[in-house]
Design a protein around this ligand. Structure first.
Ligand code: LLP
Length: 385
């Protein structure tokens, strides 16, 4: 059996599949790389986007490394607090925050809300007033920056549902200033996910700088600039790039952002932190010889990892059991009763047999958190090694 991640191959045999395997050594190295690129910048705050992976042990490790949390639901705020992320380091985004979620965030004194509409600002104001708790709010501005990624995961363009239009920004900030228990804390941006072209982040910086000039003219100071997340990972060759290029990423902001005195910069990285440290482990149930194709039918389906079915995403796939030099071309498919339940088409693998272990790599982000129970299937378990 070949080695995957930092796991003793004999350990793998006993695992109940499908399951997610998380390599905490790689996570530690990734967190170290982030801190190496940000230590000189006291005004840089990196928040981990919990939506990428909310396994409790993973959250604890990330919190212990000193990152803050980026949450999009009351459940994520609770998970962050349980993992010991300090409340003050929590930012709370999302276009549809429910009243109970806003109240929960207020009661715990989170760092700031990323507010996405005037309607939401009004509700936060009402709830803050009824609880007599101060709400710190940043406004998510839709920067209308097109990013090079899949259409379903771009968010910064004008036609997306996210954020407030740039033209409305000053009006919204002025409105917030009339609300006694609302404190304006800054601006929030997020242009999309799985971005590998640094020019996208540079374009965001240019837009932020333009907006800051508008604010200067209006005499408005934004203490915090949150540039969101989005740094991508190498899905094609994960072993060549187990840790994303954090230097190039942070350099884009170090060089691109024209900050005012005292301004704090916030980042919300999800995939780049946890993507490469996770693999979905699955076992071959059958190798089916069809008329035109051979199918490797595995025990994981899109209920366990939906990215290929939902976004046409590519994940590198390995057979961990065999080292056979003879190969064949297969479609790797799951057991779900839907024809979209396909992990790869026309993939060359070593000759594969029933009971072989297959690793679907780069699945640490948006894998386990997006799993479902469709077909009354059990949720995959996350195993930390
Ligand atoms: N901040 C905001 C406001 C976001 O909407 C997101 C992700 C992040 C930060 C973290 O982005 P990241 O650094 O992970 O790219 N399920 C999709 C990705 C959806 C991303 C949603 N927003 C996928 O599997 O590719």
């Amino acid at each position: 059996m070949t080695r995957t991640m930092n796991i003793d191959p004999t350990q793998l045999q006993d695992l109940q599949t499908p399951c997610y395997l998380y390599d905490t050594q790689l996570l530690a190295a990734t967190l170290k790389a982030i801190s190496a690129e940000t230590t000189g910048c006291a005004n840089y705050h990196v928040h981990y986007a919990i939506k990428a992976n909310a396994h409790p042990a993973i959250l604890r490790q990330i919190a212990a490394a000193g990152l803050g949390a980026d949450c999009v639901s009351g459940g994520e705020i609770e998970a962050a607090l349980q993992a010991d992320f300090p409340a003050k380091e929590i930012v709370f985004a999302g276009v549809g925050k429910a009243d109970w979620e806003i109240k929960l965030a207020l009661k715990h004194g989170i760092g700031m809300f990323n507010v996405e509409s005037i309607e939401e600002l009004q509700v936060i104001n009402e709830l803050a007033t009824s609880l007599n708790i101060r709400a710190r709010v940043s406004f998510r501005i839709n920067p209308n920056v097109g990013a090079h990624t899949h259409a379903h995961i771009t968010t910064g363009k004008a036609e997306n549902k996210f954020g407030i239009d740039m033209e409305d920004m000053v009006r919204v900030i002025r409105l917030a200033a009339t609300m006694p228990l609302v404190e304006f804390t800054g601006l929030h941006f997020h242009i999309g996910s799985q971005l590998l072209v640094m020019d996208d982040f540079k374009a965001l910086c240019v837009r932020v700088n333009e907006l800051q000039e508008v604010l200067d003219r209006e005499g408005i100071y934004a203490p915090n600039i949150n540039v969101g997340g989005g740094l991508g990972i190498d899905y094609d060759t994960p072993d060549a790039h187990p840790i994303p290029d954090f230097r190039a990423y942070f350099d884009a902001f170090k060089q691109g952002l024209q900050l005012r005195e005292g301004q704090q910069v916030h980042f919300e990285l999800g995939r780049a932190v946890v993507g490469q440290m996770g693999s979905l482990l699955t076992r071959v149930l059958y190798v089916k010889h069809g008329k035109q194709k051979q199918f490797v039918i595995v025990d994981a389906g899109f209920t366990d990892l939906i990215r290929p079915a939902l976004y046409g995403a590519h994940h590198h796939i390995e057979n961990l059991t065999t080292t056979a030099s003879e190969t064949a071309v297969y479609d790797v498919v799951g057991p779900i009763c839907e024809s979209s339940d396909v992990f790869a088409k026309n993939l060359e693998l070593p000759l594969t047999h029933r009971a072989d272990l297959i690793a679907i790599r780069s699945a640490g982000a948006y894998g386990e958190t997006m799993a479902s129970c469709y077909n009354c299937r059990a949720l995959p378990q996350g195993v930390v090694v």
